[in-house]
Write a protein that binds this ligand. Structure first.
Ligand code: NAD
Length: 493
């Protein structure tokens, strides 16, 4: 008898519930499309409205949003960290089966989540406005600011990091005393349901954290237009981000947008080439099967070390083992969807058509074992001419284009010549070159002789078409707070 896939109810008003319509959809494993990982409710506008009503009630009646309860909120977030730690292995397996990334990376995402919740829990008792006394003519006036929660916040998530990006939004939103409604990507709803179920167990009051699963055009759009939702924290593509921005700003909502990127990295001739090649391959381009917003997506290498560096990159890339993410021997899982893989193939075909050389990969792995998932070999494209689409558009898959440059000025000019501005990396031992790169690069984040690292202690976000606002760090919390400014007459001066 065929195994019946588990049903995961979405979470509204503290309970796991089906969609108002009763409809469901299946979630499949990108490494084996025949496997149904689970079944989720096909939510719609009514479900977002139900979640918003529950959030509104919870903000009116529960202790959660009160300014003097931030330490208690911090304790709940720490309890949540404990619960996630307890269930980490099961959660990591679910994430790998639903998203495709290797198990080790799934554990890494859960670590990023717990680190982020722990970091924001530390703001308990520390969210503060300020008090000053001023003279107004012959009067003394106390002027005061309070940092209040915004109210109901919507978190719209992409498929590539359904756990860490959940934390980057939900942890600061909750710490600030808001209610939050989460809309996962259409293909990764299950892990976000499980994470939100644990929030209820940790003691977040019913209605304060909901998750509504379902299509972008109804669930996503209702989040943007619903008048009760006062802030949208969005991560996804630039194309969709622009639509969300237009809809949300028309309704004067707070908006943060973490959007696409085509991050450049420059390898200078004085760099530690072995370390650079290993880092770029292992932690830069092919992590998460190339589906990371911050990543090494364009590589510029000084001409006098170019050939040697390509050899190192080829060696490192050929060491990577593609396969099912639950196999401990696997270094890189499948592309998340069939369409995603076709887009990657189109980038490679275009680059080859205009004259690039495929130095590694460039195809699907051969053989019947590979037919059930969306596998693609880690691919190096060298001598990629200027006209190739991959220099301009975001390629969201395991393909690294490489090009020769003569100077850092030339590299910077090329690195800046896209609409994007998320992250950027440089490899050099020269302080002067580091300073020139940091000052000249148009990006929100810079990595110097290091992998594309994100940690809760410091802000994350892009410039230009890569977004607006910041997540993580103190700035990430400030994005979820309103300032109320109060003037109180004290007496005669
Ligand atoms: P996407 O833009 O297709 O979808 C993102 C989310 O928006 C999904 O939940 C989707 O259902 C929803 N959505 C789609 N249309 C909508 C609409 N009209 N109204 C409201 N919601 C809508 O992105 P994706 O393919 O899931 O993720 C990949 C993209 O995300 C890449 O471009 C990547 O660079 C970007 N990304 C950026 C960051 C960052 O921090 N800057 C992080 C991760 C991913």
């Amino acid at each position: 008898m065929a195994k019946v896939a588990q049903f995961y109810g979405m979470i509204i008003d503290g309970r796991q519930v089906p969609a108002a319509s009763g409809e469901v959809f299946e979630v499949h494993n990108p490494a084996n499309w025949d496997e149904v990982v689970g079944v989720a409710p096909q939510g719609g506008r009514d479900d977002v409205r139900r979640a918003a009503e529950a959030a509104h009630r919870a903000l009116e009646t529960s202790w959660w949003p009160r300014l003097h309860e931030s330490r208690q909120r911090g304790r709940v977030l720490l309890k949540y960290v404990e619960l996630v730690e307890k269930h980490k292995e099961d959660l990591a397996r679910l994430l790998t089966r639903e998203q495709g990334k290797i198990y080790k990376e799934s554990v890494g995402e859960l670590d990023s989540l717990t680190n982020t919740f722990e970091y924001y829990a530390g703001y308990g008792g520390k969210i503060a406005g300020e008090v000053k006394y001023v003279r107004d003519g012959d009067s003394i006036v106390k002027v005061e600011t309070r940092k209040e929660p915004i109210g109901i916040c919507g978190a719209i998530l992409p498929f590539n990091f359904p756990v860490s990006l959940y934390a980057w939004k939900v942890a600061p939103a909750l710490m600030a005393g808001n209610a939050v409604i989460i809309k996962p990507a259409g293909t990764t709803p299950l892990i976000d349901i499980q994470l939100t179920a644990l929030l209820q167990e940790a003691g977040v009051p019913a209605g304060i954290a909901s998750v509504v699963t379902g299509p972008a055009k109804t669930v996503g759009d209702e989040m943007v237009v619903n008048p009760h939702i006062r802030k949208i924290a969005f991560t996804g593509s630039t194309e969709v981000g622009k639509l969300v921005y237009a809809g949300a700003t028309q309704r004067l909502k707070h908006v943060t947008l973490e959007l696409g990127g085509s991050d450049p990295t420059v390898v200078c001739d004085d760099a530690n080439l072995e370390l650079a090649a290993e880092t770029i391959v292992r932690s830069g381009r092919f992590r998460n099967c190339g589906q990371s917003c911050t990543s090494v997506k364009r590589l510029y290498v000084f001409e006098n070390v170019y050939n040697r560096f390509i050899d190192l990159l080829v060696d490192e890339t050929r060491k990577l083992r593609v396969g099912d993410g639950l196999d401990p021997a696997t270094d890189m899982g499948p592309v998340h969807t069939a369409r995603g893989r076709e887009e990657v193939e189109a980038f490679v075909a275009d680059a080859v058509r205009v004259g690039s050389t495929v130095a590694a990969g460039g195809r699907r792995p051969d053989g019947p074992d590979w037919q059930r998932g969306f596998f693609y070999e880690p691919t190096l494209l060298v001598d990629v001419p200027d006209g190739a689409k991959i220099w301009q558009d975001e390629c969201f898959g395991p393909v690294l284009p490489v090009k020769k440059v003569r100077t850092l000025d030339e590299a910077l000019a090329q690195a800046n010549a896209t609409p994007f501005g998320l992250g950027a990396g440089v490899w050099t031992e020269s302080e002067r070159r580091i300073e020139q790169f940091v000052a000249g690069i148009e990006s929100g984040i810079v990595w110097v002789n290091y992998k594309p690292l994100s940690v809760p202690e410091t802000p994350f976000g892009g410039v230009k078409d890569s977004g607006i606002g910041r997540e993580l760090g103190a700035e990430g919390l400030a994005e979820f707070l309103e300032t109320k400014s109060i003037r109180t007459y004290v007496g005669k001066a």
